[in-house]
Design a protein around this ligand. Sequence first.
Ligand SMILES: [Zn+2]
Length: 257
Amino acid sequence: MTFKNTSFIFLFAIIAIGLWHYLYGISLWWALVPVLLYKAAIIYGSANIRSNFYTKVFCKGSTGEKLIALTFDDGPNAEFTPQILEVLEEHNATATFFVIGKNIDGNEELLRQIDSQGHILGNHTFSHSFFIDFKNKKGFTEELTKTMAAVFKATGRQMRFFRPPYGVTTPHLAAAVSDLRFRVIGWDVRSLDTTSDPEHMILLRVKKQLQPGSIILFHDTSAKTVSILKQTLNFAKENGFKVVSTERLLNLKAYEG
Ligand SMILES: [Zn+2]
């Protein structure tokens, strides 16, 4: 199910109902059925990152091996990103940080540290605004290029990985992403580490969902996640899971050149 063929089926249904109305006199109210189904499909496709509705989203590695990848959204965070980096270093693990452009100012050194320690930087828009999904293509292009420029200035890296805020994609976002040649990286394990759920519940949620090829979504924005990360890494080790980069797991290049 993609945006294109859903729209095609919708159009076909509307024409068919119009024809039946003309030929057999059926009520035009029947047109409400495809309209409502179309609306539902759009909402589902926009909100569900794994639906590949508007754009191809890489949510999982296709491997039978017990390889997994860690991702952290919403940084850089002067307080918690360094703590996450320390835990990763202790466990000799690598991760991908999807950074918000507006958080970069003053945290350039932190970006360089992420990069020099072998982790990947990805784009998570500039504003991460709650209303970002109402932007047009130009608006999204600005969001992406401003963050690209800030990361390039700090690290010399030209990012190619993008993660949409809230996991929501829209046709305008898809157009901007494709023009700028970004790869959209999703997840299959959502920890919900920013909720008020207690640590043990979040950890259990991660453990239950973990599979070969899994990509875990965390946020480098709280002490809770630092603690959950330690326990996740211990669990992974005890259960034979190896943490690799998203680049390796998905066999994609994270940077230009
Ligand atoms: Zn986010």
